[in-house]
Structures are given as C-alpha cells and as structure tokens.
Design a protein around this ligand. Structure first.
Ligand SMILES: Nc1nc2c(c(=O)[nH]1)N[C@H]1C(S)=C(S)[C@@H](COP(=O)(O)O)O[C@H]1N2
Ligand SMILES: [Mo]
Length: 435
C-alpha cells in the first residue's frame, strides 16, 4: 500500500494541540493566547505567503481557512464544472460557496443527494401519485390533474441536507463529508401537499406522512426502498410544503426527482422525497428507511464526541437551524489594505427567519453588523452584505455569523457531535489577503 503523508488538516483532527505547536509554536494551556513563538509564526506566514495581523486571536485548533480549503473535484454532465463530487454511486455533489451567490439557485448548481440509484425516468403520462392510509378517500392523480385541479404556487424554497457541514465533526461520522454546500434555494412550482391531503380528507388518526418513490435501492433489490421518510402532519399541512412539479420554471430534472417531488423547506432535505409516487398517511411516526435507528435522528441530550447513543435516546430531527454562507469573495481573494470591499452571501434558519448578520475580521474578537434582506417569501434564504476594511497588509479571515429571530446564533466552533453528523451550523469563514 502506498504510504500516505499525513497532512496538516488530518493532524489538526487527531491532535489539535500538537498541530498548533508545530504550526504556531503556541504554548498549550490557559496562558496560550498570544504566546506565539516568532519562528512558528514566521513559518506559518511563509506557508500563507504573508503575516497574520490578528494572530494573537487565533483559537487553538483552528486550521487556517487557506489550508482547509482543499477538495478533490471532477465534473458530471449537466452540472456546473465547479461542483464538488463526493460520490458517483449514488450521485452526491455539493455546491462550492461562490456558486451559491444567486438569490435563486440555478438548476445546474443545486446540490444533489441520492441514497439509491437514479431511476429511468417515468413519463409524465404514465406517472401517478397515490394518496393512501389514514384518509377518507384514497386518491390516484395524474400530473395533469395535479396541475389543473389544484391551485399552483411558485415559491423560492431552501432545501438543506441534514448532513450539511458533516465534514466538520470529529470523529467524522459515516456519510458524505459535506462542507457547506449541501444547500440550495431554487424556485419551485407545484401544488400544496395540504390541498391534496384535504381533497383525500384526513382522518382524526392522521399524524404523520410516509413518502414513497420509484428510485432504486443500491442493491438493485426491487423490494427495498432507497429511502422513505415523511413528516408530522403539521409540517406537511404547512402551505409552503409542496408537491413540486417544476424547478426554476422547467420540468424537474431527473437528478432532482422528475416528474414530481415533495419540497418540505427548512427541514432535513431527506423529507423532500424525489421521484414521488405515493404519500401514505400514517397514524404513527413513519418507519421507512431513513426514519429509524440513527438516520436523521439526533440524541435527546448532548453527548461526548464519538459516543455510542442508545437508539431509544435518539429523536427524529425537525427544523434545520440558523446558518449562513459567504458567497463573495471566494477564499484567497486579494484586496488593498485600508480600502473597503463588499462581502456578501446568503443566510437561512430552517423554519425560522434570519434576524441579524455580523462579520468578524479578527478571529471573532469583535463583530460588525451586516445588512440582511427580508426573504422573498417564507423559507427563501436571505441575502446579506457587509462592507469590510482590513487595517494593514497581511492574512485575514472573514467570519460570518447569522442570528435567528429567537436570538440563536451560529457558533464559531462545531456544535454538538452526534452519531451521524447532522446540524453543524458553525460559522463559514474565508481567507482574504490584504496587500
Ligand atoms: N426518492 C428519493 N428522494 C430523496 C433522496 C433519495 O435518495 N431518494 N434523497 C433525499 C435527501 S437526503 C436530500 S438532502 C434531498 C436532496 O435533494 P436534491 O438532490 O434535489 O438536492 O433529496 C431527498 N429526497
Ligand atoms: Mo440529505
């Protein structure tokens, strides 16, 4: 076996104190802040090609963004060439931050998360949607019936994979190592799931949905489903939860669920079943693949990193949590010292709203308010902008922090570890060099 060199990123994961010592020559312990050996700082500067004016503020274990930003990339047809591919069987690709700059995410840069094999497309003419279970009358609807017999709505809706940010957890849970780009906010046209469920008539016993689709299990076994999730009836009756029939004004591409999918914005993307064929209304929490065990579940209480959590202590995830991304400039950008430049991005908060945005250029010692726009509609992400000035030449990081309307902010450190690595909403940061 070829011997793999241990990179700085890995060393930081394994032993942050030792990595800090090697890189910065920083003393471990409570008095470490500001104790930088000249030689360590100089060698760090040599790697980055400049000095670090706020180096005294750098938290222990922080991998400079300039070194953390290395990813393998290759391309796939019909998607933008800069998409980051984690897997091609099943297909999983995420969007790099600079491609998340649009208010409406173009189809060719929306992330893809597949659990199974993409199916051969069913034609719109043969496709049917069944509504079954705890309803007064079971329904079977064609694409045209959905379009013609129900009110169609067009909304900008964010879909974020529950595991977005997983790469930040240590130890790294199994699953795609998403960084920050398993998020998108496209324009979806469709009918409200609520209207269809009302037509069927919900029984008193209806508490949850279970979603079924025609993609294939990776094993090829036709009796197994790739994934079958659902949500509590309140969420599914929300007027923003759609049976989507179009994405950005066109037929939904195969990769995103042709011809119809659920879009349940603000919740783990897995609730938004693609290639939808059946909604089963349940009298209990749905128990399809992706609902049980550790999948899309988090511990009811904080656990130690790497802990084994008994299944009984895990609960199904609800809303995603407040988060933001810096979409411009891209990491490595060069600016003139003393001259303001714009930093901007998008922010979102699951079922909630982003109330405030701030940026920091000194590793979180101080924060400056940014502007944040109202969402176009509920569940659309929100554009934010800041004017930033770097005081002198050197290496900086711009950190961005969103706060929701309940006053909850993004943490600077990676939040609560959980067995499958969900809900990492730590601050996004980029490095900028001032000359
Ligand atoms: N049928 C089906 N629906 C699915 C999936 C899947 O594998 N099969 N993946 C889910 C997950 S985990 C996510 S995050 C979203 C991603 O939607 P996208 O690929 O359009 O971005 O689809 C969800 N719907
Ligand atoms: Mo997901």
């Amino acid at each position: 076996m070829p011997k793999k060199e241990r990179g700085l990123v890995e060393l930081y994961h394994e032993n942050p104190e030792r990595a800090d010592w090697l890189v910065f020559g920083r003393k471990a312990g409570p008095d470490r802040r500001g104790f930088l050996r000249g030689a360590g700082l100089a060698s760090m500067g040599a790697v980055l090609g400049t000095t670090i004016p706020f180096s005294a503020n750098m938290p222990m274990g922080l991998i400079p963004a300039a070194l953390a930003e290395t990813v393998d990339e290759f391309t796939l047809d019909s998607k933008h060439g800069d998409m980051i591919v984690h897997n091609d069987r099943p297909v999983n690709m995420e969007t790099p931050p600079h491609l998340l700059d649009d208010d409406i995410t173009p189809t060719d840069v929306h992330f893809i998360r597949n659990n199974g094999t993409m199916p051969m497309p069913m034609s719109k003419a043969e496709w049917r949607l069944k509504i079954e279970g705890e309803v007064e009358e079971e329904l079977e609807l064609s694409y045209d019936q959905l379009m013609d017999e129900f009110e169609t709505v067009t909304l900008q809706l964010q879909i974020e994979c529950g595991g977005n940010g997983r790469a930040g957890f240590n130890p790294l849970p199994r699953g795609n190592p998403w960084t920050i780009g398993a998020i998108g906010c496209s324009e979806w046209t469709g009918v409200r799931l609520r209207d269809v469920l009302r037509r069927a008539g919900l029984k008193q016993s209806a508490v949850y949905t279970g979603h079924f689709s025609y993609d294939e299990h990776l094993s090829g076994d036709p009796d197994r489903q790739a994934i079958s999730r659902g949500g509590p009836i309140d969420k599914m009756m929300d007027p923003h939860t759609l049976i989507a029939l179009k994405m950005n004004g066109e037929d939904i591409p195969l990769a995103h669920g042709y011809p119809a999918r659920i879009v349940a914005p603000g919740w783990a993307g897995s609730v938004s079943q693609k290639w939808l064929t059946r909604v089963l209304v349940r009298d209990r929490e749905h128990d399809g693949p992706g609902m049980t065990g550790l999948s899309y579940r988090v511990p009811r209480y904080p656990v130690e990193a790497g802990a084994e959590v008994p299944e009984a202590d895990m609960m199904v995830m609800g809303s995603m949590i407040v988060k933001s991304v810096i979409t411009d400039p891209v990491g490595g950008h060069e600016v003139s010292a003393g001259r303001p430049f714009e930093v901007r991005g998008q922010a979102w908060a699951g079922d909630n709203r982003v109330a405030a945005m701030e940026t920091s250029i000194d590793f979180g010692a101080t924060w400056q308010p940014a502007t944040v726009e109202a969402p176009v509609n509920r569940y659309a992400w929100q554009r934010w902008r800041a004017n930033v000035t770097l005081p002198q030449a050197g290496y900086y990081e711009v950190w961005a922090r969103a706060t929701d309307d309940f006053g909850r902010s993004q943490p600077m450190v990676v939040p609560g570890w959980n067995p499958r690595g969900y809900l990492n909403n730590s601050c996004h940061r980029i490095h900028v060099v001032a000359a």
